[in-house]
Write a protein that binds this ligand. Structure first.
Ligand SMILES: [Zn+2]
Length: 315
């Protein structure tokens, strides 16, 4: 038997057929129509499912269930998108609508939760029962697995790990609060601080890299500049790692998962990120050396985590 995972995003909808072991057999995507309502969205998801099934030559009878990951607040129990600002859905009974087209068990959850579930299965380790995954992107997405099950709180609105405050009265956040972790440790925050530092130090190598790129910074440049020995870049990274460690320490002290997996573009830095991060965490963990802390790892699946996790909502 196979599962289908659907990853609904503001710009595109991705769907993949996933086998029992979590391998994607085939995937495809379509753009998300601007201003589409939930009925139109269900129709376009159904059309996409038809395409992937036909392309993979798999019969609908061989599909056990369908799972969808969607940004925003999701009422998983009732199959509803309560609120998703970037696709304009409010109190939308998406599962019920899709069921009109295809008679299978259909599940839905928040996209970051699905990604966390995907990464949890990708561990392939039955001994792990508590797990947290975070994705450092435009914001910080997070998902919490407790006792091998997703934990998303009342009406699915919990586990918003990016919105814990680490600097009271600090940088403004998209959620309306000030000083959220996301405003300090997302890729967006790293790029903002890189630009700020380059403006202040126009003779630095990082300033030169940005200038050569038409004045635009990205999340990788600061690491390249650091590698080349640039002190300004080193300072930006030191501060970024410190900010990242503050939120991670809060997660460890709240949940003490066995493993925290970190995903997002910055993770391509591998040990260049992990090693200073582990140092920065020292002294911030409750119980210190007397307790065994969470293992910090780089996420395994990256972009496919959403599809695989959504597919396994029904597993
Ligand atoms: Zn926030």
């Amino acid at each position: 038997m196979y599962y289908i995972g659907v990853d609904i995003g503001g710009t595109g909808i991705k769907a993949g057929i996933v086998d029992e072991k979590g391998n994607i057999i085939l995937k495809s995507s379509v753009p998300t129509e601007k201003g589409i309502d939930y009925k139109g969205l269900a129709k376009s998801i159904y059309n996409l499912l038809q395409t992937v099934l036909a392309d993979a030559r798999i019969a609908a009878d061989d599909i056990k269930s369908i799972g969808m990951g969607c940004p925003g607040t999701i009422d998983a129990k009732n199959g509803m998108v309560v609120y998703a600002n970037n696709i304009n859905l409010t109190n939308a009974p998406l599962c019920e609508e899709l069921k009109k087209y295809i008679d299978k068990p259909i599940y839905i959850d928040n996209d970051a939760n699905c990604a966390a579930l995907g990464e949890f299965f990708a561990l392939g380790d039955d001994t792990v029962s508590d797990f947290v995954a975070i994705t450092l992107g435009t914001g910080i997405g997070g998902g919490v697995v407790i006792n091998k099950k997703l934990y998303s709180g009342f009406k699915g609105a919990g586990a918003e790990l990016g919105h814990m405050v680490i600097e009271k009265g600090g940088e403004g956040c998209s959620c309306g609060r000030k000083g959220c972790w996301e405003a300090y440790a997302s890729a967006t925050a790293l790029i903002r601080e890189t630009k700020k530092a380059a403006d202040k130090n126009p003779a630095s190598y990082i300033a030169k890299l940005i200038e050569e790129n038409g004045g635009n910074a990205n999340g990788k440049m600061v690491w390249d500049a650091k590698e080349a020995g640039d002190e300004t870049a080193q300072k930006v990274i030191d501060q970024y790692v410190e900010n990242l460690s503050e939120g991670l320490a809060n997660i460890i002290n709240s949940f003490r998962p066995e493993i925290i997996a970190i995903g997002g573009g910055v993770c391509r830095q591998g040990d260049n990120l992990l090693n200073p991060l582990k140092d920065a965490l020292k002294g911030k963990i409750y119980g210190g050396d007397l307790t065994e802390s969470s293992r910090i790892e780089i996420a395994k699946l990256g972009n496919d985590a959403g599809i695989i996790g959504a597919a396994f909502l029904g597993k």
